[in-house]
Ligand binder design. Structure first.
Ligand code: KG4
Ligand code: ZN
Length: 365
């Protein structure tokens, strides 16, 4: 069977990543694609010194690091950079100068080889990542994308056929984890740190708000929860300094905050499953690493006879395997992009042009 090899590049934020994927060159083939390599070079240690991502440092480091990461991904895959059949890169959303590095590099490879360039939406990459290792293709499902910048509920009928059901009205789930982590004096990014501390804490210790749960719509909000943690802090230590919190209190606060996020995400997921009739739920994005979220979502799905599709941990936070995988599907559908297309820091995954009408329709304000 004829095969297609896609080289994918991810550079939207603070990970420089390249992956090479090989698959049958036909949409009907149900063979799991072969991931020949997936190399991630993270800049987290660099940005941690600044308490968050510094956009200029991110793009400069992508520029310095990307050639080495491409060479390493090609070495592991046993191909030369010019031997792929298509070159895919994240074109948004993300930091504009960071996106440009990966995008321009993929375009240069496409230009010199005469092979197609494919612009990939980072969110589509995350959303399809649970299917990288599946031999069933992309089945109809409810997608819950929980990343650092987005919280989205999407009705997925098939590849390219997406309908937005709900999203965060303010902070994304990952953003809330990171901001609360910063408030509590934890290193960037806060999500994995809170995950670890919460495992030692009592999730019922603090009564924190779960916004919009009674609202019939599918939107979520986490900024009130974040503010509630901010107001709780001075009540627990006279100095207001998180470093003065007893270890157990810190763990309890992390567990209570995390549980409020999980309760919100799960309640709305069940609502989305009911309203769409989907029997499958796919979780993705950096927050899908969270162990308590995975465990509780699995237990809920078991209870309701829903199939939960989780990405491998390696495909949860930013990686290029998901970009190569989405790029592969675009290539199989004949979607190529011109070399003069631009990156878009605010790229959307679904049509939100009727946002206000839709918000009204799904019951939010
Ligand atoms: O998907 P991702 O790598 O980047 C974006 O596209 O935004 O997600 C990064 C986010 C960060 O906010 C990080 O704190 C969060 O994912 N995260 C976690 C965990 N691991 C990463 N949040 C909660 N628990 C975790 N174990
Ligand atoms: Zn991401």
């Amino acid at each position: 069977m004829k095969e297609i090899t896609v080289l994918g590049i991810e550079s939207s934020c603070d990970e420089t990543a390249v992956a090479i994927l090989c698959a049958p060159a036909s949409t009907g083939a149900r063979k799991v694609p072969t991931l020949l390599s997936s190399v991630i070079s993270t800049q987290i240690a660099l940005h941690r010194q600044h308490g968050g991502v510094v956009p200029e440092l991110a793009s400069r480091n992508h520029s310095v690091d990307l050639p080495r990461v491409i060479r390493e991904a090609c070495r592991q895959a046993g191909i030369e950079p010019g031997q792929a059949d298509a070159y895919a890169a994240t074109s948004g959303p993300g930091l504009v100068a960071a996106l440009l590095v990966g995008n321009t590099t993929a375009k240069a490879l496409a230009l010199t080889t005469g092979k197609p360039f494919i612009a990939v939406n980072h969110l589509e990459g995350h959303m399809l990542s649970p299917f990288i290792t599946s031999d069933e293709g992309i089945i109809p499902h409810l997608a819950l994308v929980v990343s650092g910048g987005h919280t989205l509920y999407i009705d997925v009928q098939s590849f390219g056929n997406y309908r937005l059901l709900g999203r965060s009205l303010d902070d994304a789930a990952g953003e809330a984890f990171d901001k609360v982590g910063k408030m509590l004096g934890l290193p960037y990014p806060g999500g994995p740190e809170i995950d670890k501390l919460a495992a030692q804490g009592d999730s019922g210790a603090f009564n924190l708000p779960r916004a919009l749960l009674k609202d019939p719509g599918m939107n979520v909000s986490f900024s009130g929860l974040k503010t509630a943690v901010l107001y709780t802090l001075p009540k627990l230590t006279p100095s207001g300094n998180p470093a003065d919190l007893p270890e157990q209190t810190l763990c309890d606060l992390c567990a209570s905050f995390q549980q409020a996020v999980i309760d919100t995400l799960i309640t709305k997921a069940l609502r989305g499953l009911r309203s769409t009739g989907h029997q499958s739920l796919a979780l993705s994005g950096g927050v899908s690493c969270n162990q308590a979220l995975r465990n509780q979502l699995q237990a809920t799905c078991n209870l309701h006879g829903i199939r939960l599709i989780l990405p491998s941990p390696a495909f949860t936070t930013d990686n290029a395997a998901m970009i190569a995988f989405a790029g592969l599907h675009h290539a199989l559908h004949g979607h190529h992009h011109p070399l003069d297309c631009d990156v878009d820091p605010n790229l959307k995954l679904t049509d939100e042009s009727n946002r206000s009408k839709q918000d009204k329709y799904i019951g939010n304000h």
